[in-house]
Design a protein around this ligand. Structure first.
Ligand SMILES: *[C@@H]1O[C@H](CO)[C@@H](O)[C@H](O)[C@H]1NC(C)=O
Ligand SMILES: *[C@@H]1O[C@H](CO)[C@@H](O)[C@H](O)[C@H]1NC(C)=O
Ligand SMILES: *[C@@H]1O[C@H](CO)[C@@H](O)[C@H](O)[C@H]1NC(C)=O
Length: 577
């Protein structure tokens, strides 16, 4: 810091640079880790609060009847005092801020779209959150809606504006409480996701930090074996995957207008595993897999296909004569390992150190981890918590520089008008019903774009991995392993529900068939919709390419409102009945 300042002093910019902040080390905690068997069981007392600046309790949800917050595991969160024990870690670690996260992959996107769509609902939700914050003494609130505007997740076109209104309103409500509460947000890094759901500059201004989920960039859903958090583009990355790496993804947030000192880079404490095709002797990055297998075999503690905690990997690798071959992705800077048909890409202390050095070289705000409960917290492979130690040691003395440059000017037209500040008065219950019009969300038929990070539910105790024909559902999570409301309340051991790619779609890359986007096709600009010759169909423009959708039965496309609507409301005579 001093050194930089001295250099910059010569340039006369020291003053601007001088106000810098301590870096963040953000540790997500998944409350369902308590259900893991044996040495996998992770409780609030296991959290190494001395090596995190922020800890985040995951997750709470949204009640789609009252539009208040929803507690997903009442037994652990409330009856066993999970929330309160968590925030009281402050007495042990006075420097930490405690946050609660709302959303996550398992919660889906549809409810959140419905929530933000109406002011009354937002008001009710925000008021309930303020009560929640006071009640359990949290210091921050983390938004994990995956993702605004994502048609494949139940989102709709209007989410982008409405989500910003929601954030602005939440900010005002928190500021009015005068408690210094933070608001943060977990976000994807694929370009089409940013385009469809995020007013980047305005969100970054309103939020204290942006947690970029720079993992799950590859997985079983992609159809080939690869590491899932490559730092840079590798020679085999093509089309949709060219920019789907940590460095380019973070740069995208900057290019869209987010200040680097708000960007916290997420790293995974887990690997994505694969089952290779029988007889495939090519173990290189991008090799063929047996996609139907749904990932690598379930590991003993997390018990999900395709998903192995770091400690599950290190335990395997340290066994004598274990048969694993360990390799290094020399362009993406991540380790991977294979044995027989099993292949896993992950992070170890070496790859994390490379990422930490890179974060500092870029002036980003720090590091985030999903999730703290997957480090080697028992010390099975050496000293305890080796991974978080790398993050903490790298970040503890790092001061995040204030960006000196001006950000790209943003066109005024790109900014949606804000809602009026309302005095945080009595909030009325939502009386407004979705009106008589069918507020049909965009039909969620075939998704043009999907990414399917995946995952599993918490397996309540079940020491033996099951190999069953799993009834797969589309749970999953970017932030992996999702809890579900039902899982917590059911005492029965559950079959690991797995990742199921919705479709044959390649992945996060977003384009169908992995084709490069046709450039300059201006009759279908991104983020818009086009009518179809058939009344009940329409096109959504994805990367300038129209992707066909069908409205729910009984409705037709209304181009003016860009929704599926009653035939009577159609502008086209031939579609009115
Ligand atoms: C709330 O969500 C559940 C499940 O996601 C759904 O079955 C139910 O119809 C929804 N209720 C309302 C009032 O929308
Ligand atoms: C909260 O702390 C109490 C007292 O130490 C303990 O009995 C309880 O199990 C804890 N709850 C959770 C969810 O960790
Ligand atoms: C991380 O993995 C790579 C590839 O297997 C290996 O070369 C490196 O030594 C590992 N780092 C540590 C600290 O074990």
């Amino acid at each position: 810091m001093l050194k930089y300042c001295a250099v910059l002093l010569l340039l006369g910019t020291c003053a601007e640079f001088a106000s810098s902040n301590d870096a963040r080390v953000v540790c997500y905690f998944s409350n369902w880790a308590i259900y893991r068997p044996g040495i996998g069981r992770y409780t609030i007392d296991d959290i190494p609060g001395d090596m995190c600046t922020h800890i985040i309790y995951s997750f709470i949800g949204v009640d789609n009847k009252t539009w208040e917050y929803l507690i997903l595991d009442p037994e652990v969160d409330v009856e066993q005092n999970g929330f309160y024990n968590f925030t009281q870690l402050k007495s042990k670690y006075p420097h930490i801020k405690t946050e609660v996260a709302v959303g996550g992959w398992g919660e889906g996107g549809e409810k959140y779209s419905q929530l933000v769509s109406m002011k009354d609902r937002r008001d009710v939700f925000i008021r309930s959150v303020v009560e929640f914050m006071h009640k359990y003494e949290f210091d921050g609130f983390d938004l994990d809606w995956e993702y605004p505007g994502a048609a494949d997740r139940g989102g709709s076109f209007s989410d982008k504006d409405k989500f910003l209104y929601f954030v602005e309103e939440l900010r005002r409500a928190f500021d009015a409480e005068n408690k210094g509460w933070e608001i943060t947000m977990a976000v994807p890094l694929a370009k089409f996701r940013l385009n469809e759901g995020y007013h980047v500059p305005e969100l970054c201004e309103n939020l204290d930090a942006i947690h970029v989920m720079a993992y799950d960039l590859r997985g079983n859903w992609a159809g080939f074996a690869d590491v899932h958090s490559p730092l840079y583009k590798r020679p085999h990355d093509q089309y949709a995957y060219e920019k789907l790496n940590v460095n380019d993804g973070l740069q995208l947030w900057v290019d869209f207008g987010c200040s680097p000192d708000k960007l916290v880079v997420g790293v995974p404490f887990y690997g994505r595993s694969f089952t290779l095709s029988q007889g495939n002797n090519n173990y290189g990055l991008g090799t063929y897999i047996n996609k139907e297998a749904g990932g690598g075999e379930p590991a003993p503690y997390t018990q999900a296909k395709g998903f192995w905690a770091y400690y599950e990997i290190c335990i395997e690798l340290q066994k004598d004569n274990n048969g694993w071959e360990e390799k290094w992705d020399s362009a993406g800077y991540c380790p991977y390992a294979y044995k027989g048909t099993q292949w896993v890409g992950y992070e170890n202390t070496t790859s994390l150190q490379v990422k930490m050095d890179w974060i500092k070289s870029k002036g980003y705000a720090g590091a985030m981890v999903w999730a703290i409960d997957m480090d080697d917290f028992q010390g099975e492979c050496g000293p305890k918590n080796p991974l978080i130690k790398v993050l903490w040691e790298s970040m503890k003395d790092y001061q995040v520089p204030k960006p000196t440059g001006t950000t790209t000017p943003r066109p005024e037209w790109a900014r949606p008008p804000s809602t009026k500040p309302t005095v945080p008065s009595k909030v009325t219950r939502p009386t407004v019903q979705p009106t008589k019009k069918p507020i049909t969300q965009k039909p969620l038929t075939q998704k043009p774009v999907t990414q399917k990070p995946v995952t599993q539910k918490p397996i309540t105790q079940k020491p033996t991995p099951t190999t069953t024909t799993t009834t797969t559902t589309t749970t999953t999570s970017t932030t992996t392993e999702e809890p579900t409301a039902s899982s917590s309340s059911s005492p029965e051991p559950e079959v690991p529900e797995e990742e199921v790619p919705d479709k044959e779609v390649p992945s996060e890359g977003g384009e169908e068939n992995n084709e490069p986007a046709p450039e300059g096709e201006d009759d279908c600009p991104s983020e818009s919709y086009k009518p179809h010759k058939e009344c009940n169909k329409y096109y959504q423009c994805v990367y300038n390419k129209g992707v066909e959708f069908t409205c729910k039965p009984g409705t037709v496309w209304n181009q003016e409102k860009m929704i599926c609507d009653w035939p009577a409301n159609s502008q086209r005579e031939e579609c009115k009945n």
